[in-house]
Write a protein that binds this ligand. Sequence first.
Ligand code: HEL
Length: 407
Amino acid sequence: MTPRTVCRSLVLGSLTLTLVAGPAQAAQRHPDTGRPDTARPALAPRSGAAPARLPAPDTAALSSLLRKAVQQGAPGALARIDDHGTVHRATAGVDDRATRTAMDAADRFRIGSVTKTFTAVVLLQLAAEGKVKLDTSVDRYLPGLLPDARITVRHVLSHRSGLYDYTHDLFARTVPGFEAVRNKVFTYRQLVAQSVKHPLTHKPGAVYAYSNTNFVVAGLLVEKLTGHPVRTEYQNRIIKPLRLTDTFYVHPATAIPGRHTHGYLTPDDARSPLVDATDQTASWAQSAGALISSARDLNAFLSALLGGRLLPAGQLAQMERWLSSGAQQAYGLGLRRRDLSCGVSVYGHTGIVQGFSTYAFTSKGGQRSFTALANTSNNGATDRTMLATLDSAFCGKHVKSRVAAAR
Ligand code: HEL
């Protein structure tokens, strides 16, 4: 696949991938239709069941996949597994093409949509405090913002609002699209206005359709309900209590603080050089994707979340009300579930912001967490390779043949 096709398939990907109604299989009920609400029969233990023992990670296969991502065009890649207190690290390539500095598993990077999980945690904490109700109209909290009063807070957090994703317009052409926003500062309302120029993509609640607009609305809700910028709420509710010393929300500043990897955007034309996209406001993303973090911090965050240390059980259960979002995956509230080849399900998020592709997942109960990063984006081949690292981390040697086939 050429990078040009990659771009189209990414954009189309978020449309095709995401316009999925949930098949009727599980016991949980869809909040809108009352029908059963999840993606596939339970292969992994569900809430309340004791987590199954996972096979040991296949660290050799993991390293080999990172090297493969570098051969496919990523300047570098890193991964870290935190498994019951044991840490495994792997790296390949460089974090800076100019200085040829080796990638370091401790490097900070832009986490893209993994930010959505942080935003959802903040809103669910507010729900636990009685400050917001998931099945209440967004219009009640932000009157007149959205074109349809049937859109609820739950629709927004589960990508079922029908709000058009404004990034389809911004990034139809990859490098010109990025350069047009690299130093721009948007208000949340400007981003929502770009979305609502388009009609809703479907009736609120009807289907899952991934849209960054939803988590811009979520950010606005956080600010309205607390009277504080999202940065303050991330800081006070997640970053400080978990001591995530590599995690920052610096918007609209453009630099990543401290030791970090550069990120390199792959142009649509494969013959053009990579674009260093490290410095950017990420203002097009904000509460949908502007956080900076590290593999250590993301692992600590997801372990705390699935371990029940960030949300009361009731709110965590809401976050884990799954609706199918495509083959072998489902979406809850700001949280993805991926069903791996060995029958293990993992929970977290993926994230793409220009130059950076992040894969951050944890096991049920949070005892094994895994984060991987390729310091490039808009490259379908590296994306597939990096997704395969999840199998090495959670399925161990069971998938050796698959890893070999990916070579
Ligand atoms: S896309 C996703 C991922 N999410 C969504 C969000 C995020 N990131 C974006 O919306 C970035 C879009 C442009 C990215 C750019 C590139 O690859 O750097 N691509 C182009 O410009 C293509 N023309 C659903 C994959 C997620 O995993 O949740 O992060």
